[in-house]
Design a protein around this ligand. Structure first.
Ligand SMILES: O=P(O)(O)OC[C@H]1O[C@@H](O)[C@H](O)[C@@H](O)[C@@H]1O
Length: 309
C-alpha cells in the first residue's frame, strides 16, 4: 500500500501510495512533490510535463509543487520559494494529525517533512518545520495536509501555495466554477485588482490570476472528458489560476510547446494576507481533490450538484 522505490531513469526516490480500489499516487521526495495521481481505472489525473527536469535546482514541471515560504516572485526569495527544490524526508514520528485528517486502515498515506539546513537558513533565517501528509481516500481522492511550525525564537512571515497542475483534455473545453464575481489580482498586469464579471471562467488566452477570498470548494469541469475535479480546501483562502498559453509555453525549457492545451493550474494558496507565526505557533492547511463524472442537466452542467453535492 505504501512502497518506497528509486526511479530508474532519474535515480530519485519516490513513494507510491496504492488504495485498495486501484487509485494510486506517486510522490517524489525531491520537493515533497506529488508527480502522479491515478483513478481506479488507471487514468492519470495530474499533468506532468514530458520535458520536466528531475535535477536540482529546477523544480519538477507539473504535479503538485509546494510553494513555501514565498509564493511567486514578490519577495526576496527565488520564485515560489525553496521548498519545491529541496529534498524532503520521510517523517517517521510526525505530530499527531489534525482530527479532520481522516486517516483509516485502508487509506494509504505518507508523512514528509522539510527542516532548514545551513543553506536555507542563509537565505531565510528562520527555524521552521514544514510537514506534509499526503493521503489517498476511499474514492481515490488525494489530500495534502500541511503544517508549518515556528521553532525559532522570533516570529516569521510566509506565503504558501499548493501549485496543482490538473490534467485536462483540452483547455478550451474547461471551465471553473466557484470563482465568479470574486476579486482577483492579475499577475499579467502588475497584480492590479479586478473583479471577475463572467458566469464561469473559461480559457482562450494566457491566464495568471490570484482570486481572493475564494470558497472552500471549487469545481474544474472538463466537458470533453465529462469529468469534474472538485478541489476542497481549508486554511487557503486564495486560488491561483494559471495557464501559460502558446507564447509563454514556447519559452519554457521544461514544457512542451503544445502542453498548455492539456493542463490547468488551480492553486490553493495563502498569498494576499501573508501568515505570521510567533515562536511555538503552528499553521495548518488542507487540500483535497477528487475527480468525479460531470453531471448534466438539460444539456448544461448543473453547478449545484458540483458545488453543493
Ligand atoms: O515557472 P514557475 O516558477 O514554476 O512558475 C509558473 C507559474 O506559477 C504560477 O503560480 C504563477 O502565478 C505564474 O506567474 C508562474 O509563471
Amino acid at each position: 500500500m505504501v512502497e518506497f522505490v528509486k526511479d530508474g531513469a532519474t535515480g530519485m526516490e519516490k513513494v507510491l501510495l496504492r488504495e485498495p480500489g486501484g487509485a494510486m499516487a506517486q510522490i517524489h521526495l525531491y520537493g515533497g512533490h506529488v508527480t502522479s495521481w491515478k483513478n481506479e481505472k488507471g487514468n492519470e489525473l495530474i499533468f506532468l510535463s514530458s520535458k520536466a527536469i528531475f535535477k536540482p535546482p529546477k523544480a519538477i514541471r507539473g504535479g503538485i509543487p509546494v510553494c513555501f515560504p514565498q509564493f511567486g516572485g514578490f519577495g526576496a526569495l527565488e520564485q515560489h520559494g525553496f521548498a519545491r527544490n529541496r529534498m524532503w524526508s520521510v517523517d517517521t514520528n510526525p505530530p499527531a494529525p489534525p482530527s479532520s485528517a481522516g486517516t483509516g486502515p485502508n487509506k494509504p498515506y505518507i508523512d514528509l517533512v522539510l527542516k532548514p539546513a545551513e543553506e536555507e537558513l542563509k537565505i531565510w533565517p528562520h527555524n521552521f518545520e514544514l510537514y506534509q501528509r499526503i493521503m489517498l481516500g476511499f474514492s481515490g481522492e488525494l489530500s495534502s495536509i500541511i503544517r508549518v511550525r515556528n521553532v525559532d525564537t522570533k516570529p516569521f512571515t510566509f506565503t504558501f501555495a499548493l501549485h496543482t497542475y490538473l490534467s485536462v483534455s483540452d483547455i478550451s473545453e474547461v471551465r471553473i466554477e466557484g470563482l465568479e464575481t470574486l476579486d482577483y489580482l492579475d499577475n499579467l498586469q502588475d497584480r492590479e485588482r479586478f473583479t471577475e464579471q463572467g458566469d464561469a471562467i473559461t480559457f482562450d488566452s494566457e491566464v495568471d490570476r490570484i482570486y481572493l477570498g475564494t470558497p472552500a470548494k471549487i469545481a474544474i469541469i472538463d466537458h470533453e472528458k465529462k469529468r469534474t475535479f472538485v478541489l476542497k480546501k481549508e486554511g487557503l483562502p486564495d486560488a491561483v489560476v494559471w495557464n501559460p498559453w502558446e507564447k509563454k509555453a514556447k519559452v519554457m525549457v521544461d514544457f512542451g510547446d503544445d502542453e498548455y492545451k492539456h493542463m490547468l493550474c488551480v492553486e490553493a494558496a495563502a498569498v494576499e494576507k501573508a501568515i505570521t507565526l510567533k515562536p511555538g505557533e503552528e499553521w495548518k492547511a488542507r487540500q483535497e481533490i477528487s475527480a468525479v463524472p460531470s453531471s448534466y442537466f438539460s444539456g448544461q452542467l448543473d453547478p449545484c450538484k458540483v458545488l453543493n453535492g
